[in-house]
Ligand binder design. Structure first.
Ligand code: AMP
Length: 354
């Protein structure tokens, strides 16, 4: 999607990809190699102006190796923070960004003491390589500790208090190499089983909430000397915002902006890393939303028959829990958006896990 947004701006792309037959094969040259092969990294970097990534589990050493040869945006230190939930929470706290009470868990007795400090319910998560609800267990009573340890133990973990949130919101901001910044309207997100299902804008939050979210993300950007799109996911609670996690990349909760904003996250990310003027992040048509297609693809003609629907398929084989595409929706009124989203959600559920 970055390449699709960058081609009309005159950018050309080369991809570093460990998997066979990647969907990006049609969009540019592919260097098929593991991320940590130094010769492949050298070949990959040769002749490039700038490197970026859209996956936060790229090894930091590979990003640093590339950064010794060519500009890498966002800088590898952003990856370093985002790859470890504990490091991430410590960074948030140091910057005055509120987080849920949490403790590191390094062994089984550490889990019991973390539970006695944080309390129940709580969420036990792997510090590294967790996404879409993988590597997580919700602990509701002390009986849940042993099974959770059995499943997740042996790896560095973090225990977080369960946050009784009203809603989940995300803030996406972009900063260019020139220092210019833009922010999209706050997004309201609904997750299920740890996987994002739908997003909608505007979230109709208060002015204080917007200001707080933007101030938090701005401080994080300054701290990380950030270039590109940065997404931060928040819980909205009675006491205000609590930060959950950051994504140093274009983010699923910003997919709506591809069609629903004057400039989408993919295009603004490319503009940012190339030092081009950023585009307006305003909503194009009043209301916008996105529905993820998970584990299956509904018939294309049924999706496109819905007014305002724009389909984006990823050329990935459907399997359980896998995001294989999304549908963006726009509408002039909130009621019209809700109606269109309900229609697409019903299709997503009947042909996948929606
Ligand atoms: P994460 O991988 O941390 O983004 O978690 C995925 C989803 O699980 C979040 O978007 C929430 O819906 C839920 N979740 C994660 N951590 C917590 C928490 N501490 N309290 C309540 N819900 C949570």
């Amino acid at each position: 999607m970055l390449a699709l947004a960058g081609r009309p701006l005159g950018a050309r792309f080369r991809f570093l990809e460990p998997a066979d037959d990647p969907p990006v094969g049609e969009l540019g040259e592919v260097e098929k190699s593991p991320y940590d092969d130094p010769e492949a990294l050298e070949r990959f970097a040769s002749g490039l102006d700038v490197v970026t990534y859209e996956f936060e589990n790229v090894p930091v050493v590979a990003a640093r190796e590339l950064a010794s040869r060519v500009s890498v945006h966002p800088a590898p230190q952003a990856l370093d923070v985002a790859q470890d939930r504990w490091h991430e929470k410590e960074t948030f706290r140091a910057l005055g960004i509120p987080v849920a009470p949490c403790r590191r868990v390094d062994d089984q007795s550490g889990l019991a003491s973390a539970v006695s400090e944080v309390g129940l319910p709580a969420v036990l998560k792997t510090r590294r390589l967790g996404y879409d609800g993988k590597g997580q267990a919700v602990l509701r009573s002390t009986e849940d500790l042993d099974p959770a340890w059995e499943r997740l133990g042996g790896r560095p973990l973090i225990l977080e208090a369960f946050v009784p949130f009203r809603r989940e919101l995300s803030c996406l901001m972009v900063r260019s190499t020139t220092g210019e910044t833009r922010v999209w309207p706050l997004v309201e997100n609904r997750h299920q089983g740890g996987i994002l299902r739908v997003s909608r804008v505007p979230a109709l939050e208060s002015r204080e909430v917007t200001q707080a979210a933007e101030a938090h993300v701005g401080r994080l950007m300054d701290h990380l000397e950030y270039v590109g799109v940065l997404a931060v996911e928040f819980f909205e609670t009675e006491e205000g915002l609590v930060a959950n996690e950051m994504a140093p990349r274009v983010h699923n909760s910003g997919h709506w902006s591809q069609d629903g904003a004057e400039t989408g996250q993919f295009e603004n990310h490319i503009r940012a890393i190339l030092g081009l003027p950023l585009g307006s992040t305003g909503i194009r048509d009043g209301w916008a939303g996105m529905v993820n297609l998970i584990g299956g693809i509904p018939p294309v003609e049924q999706i496109l028959a819905c007014p305002g629907a724009r389909l984006h398929l990823y050329d990935k084989t459907p399997r359980r829990g896998r995001k294989v595409g999304h549908v963006n929706l726009s509408a002039p009124t909130r009621d019209a958006l809700e109606e269109r989203m309900a229609r697409i959600e019903a299709l997503a559920r009947s042909f996948g896990e929606g």
